[in-house]
Design a binder for this molecule. Structure first.
Ligand SMILES: Nc1nc2c(ncn2[C@@H]2O[C@H](COP(=O)(O)OP(=O)(O)O)[C@@H](O)[C@H]2O)c(=O)[nH]1
Ligand SMILES: Nc1ncnc2c1ncn2[C@@H]1O[C@H](COP(=O)(O)OP(=O)(O)O)[C@@H](O)[C@H]1O
Length: 216
C-alpha cells in the first residue's frame, strides 16, 4: 500500500537525495553505514517505524520507534513525505529533518522500499538518485538474514517470501548493484554518488563561472 500526503509541500531542488533499496538482507544497511561513516556531506534520513527495535539498534539513529497510535497521529498531522506498510509494520519518512538538511544544501541518504522510492521520485524527480542492491543469490540472501541473527525464523521466512516481489521492482531504479563483495559494492555506490554530484544541473555555481569564462 502507498499513502501520499495531500498538500502542495513538494520538495524543491536543493541537495541530492540518494535512495538505497533492496530485498531485506541484501546489505543496504551495511552499505549505508559505511557511506555515512566516511562522507560528511551526506546524512541519513531517519525513518519512523512501528516495528520492534532490534538488538543493537539505537533510537533516533536507526529509526524513531513509535507505537501504531503515535504513527497514526503523525499521519494525521501530515508529518510524512511518504509512508508505507512493509512486512506488516508502518514506516514513514518524516518531513522536518529532511527539509532542513536539503535547504542547507546537504545530501540525504534514504533506506526505504520501492513504494517510498516511487513517492519521493514523484515529488523531487530531479534531486533523486535511486540505487537498488541485489544479493548474489537467494541462497546467500537466506544465509545473510539467518547470519544477522536479528529476526525470528518466522520473520526470516516472511522476508524470503517477499524477496522476489521486491526484486521485481529493480527496473524502477537508476542504478543496480550486486552486493557480492561488500567492499566492491560500497565502492560502486561511492562512484555513483561522486558522478551524480558532478552533474551539470547540480552544480549551481557553474552558470556564473561559465559566464565569467565567456566574458573573457
Ligand atoms: N517506504 C518506506 N520504507 C521504509 C522506510 N524506512 C524503512 N523502510 C523499508 O522497510 C523495509 C524493512 O526495513 P527493516 O525493518 O529495517 O528491515 P531490513 O530490510 O532488514 O532493513 C526495508 O525495505 C526498508 O528500506 C520509510 O520511511 N519508508
Ligand atoms: N557483501 C556481503 N557479504 C556477506 N555478508 C554481508 C554482505 N553485505 C552485508 N552482509 C551481512 O548480511 C546481513 C544483512 O545485511 P544488512 O545490511 O542488514 O541488510 P539489509 O539492510 O538490506 O536488510 C548482515 O549481517 C550483514 O553484515
Amino acid at each position: 500500500m502507498v499513502h501520499e500526503s495531500h498538500d502542495d509541500d513538494t520538495l524543491h531542488r536543493r541537495g541530492l537525495m540518494l535512495i538505497l533499496s533492496s530485498p531485506s538482507g541484501a546489505g543496504k544497511t551495511t552499505i549505508a553505514h559505511k557511506l555515512l561513516a566516511e562522507d560528511d556531506e551526506i546524512a541519513a534520513s531517519v525513518s519512523v517505524t512501528t516495528r520492534p527495535m532490534r538488538p543493537g539498534e539505537v533510537e533516533g539513529k536507526d529509526y524513531y520507534f513509535v507505537d501504531k497510535a503515535e504513527f497514526d497521529r503523525m499521519v494525521e498531522a501530515n508529518a510524512f513525505y511518504e509512508w508505507a506498510v512493509v512486512f506488516g509494520n508502518c514506516y514513514g519518512t518524516p518531513k522536518a529533518q529532511i527539509r532542513d538538511r536539503l535547504k542547507a544544501g546537504g545530501d540525504v541518504l534514504f533506506d526505504i522500499d520501492w513504494q517510498g522510492t516511487q513517492q519521493l521520485y514523484q515529488k523531487a524527480q530531479a534531486d533523486v538518485v535511486r540505487v537498488f542492491i541485489l544479493p548474489p543469490s537467494l541462497e546467500e540472501l537466506y544465509r545473510r538474514l539467518t547470519g544477522r541473527g536479528t529476526d525470528s525464523p518466522d520473520v526470516i521466512d516472511a522476508r524470503m517470501a517477499r524477496a522476489q516481489a521486491e526484486i521485481s521492482h529493480w527496473d524502477g531504479y537508476d542504478y543496480v548493484v550486486i552486493n557480492d563483495d561488500v567492499d566492491g559494492c560500497f565502492e560502486k555506490v561511492r562512484e555513483i554518488l561522486a558522478a551524480e554530484r558532478m552533474k551539470r544541473t547540480r552544480q549551481t555555481g557553474l552558470i556564473d563561472f561559465v559566464r565569467g569564462l565567456m566574458r573573457g
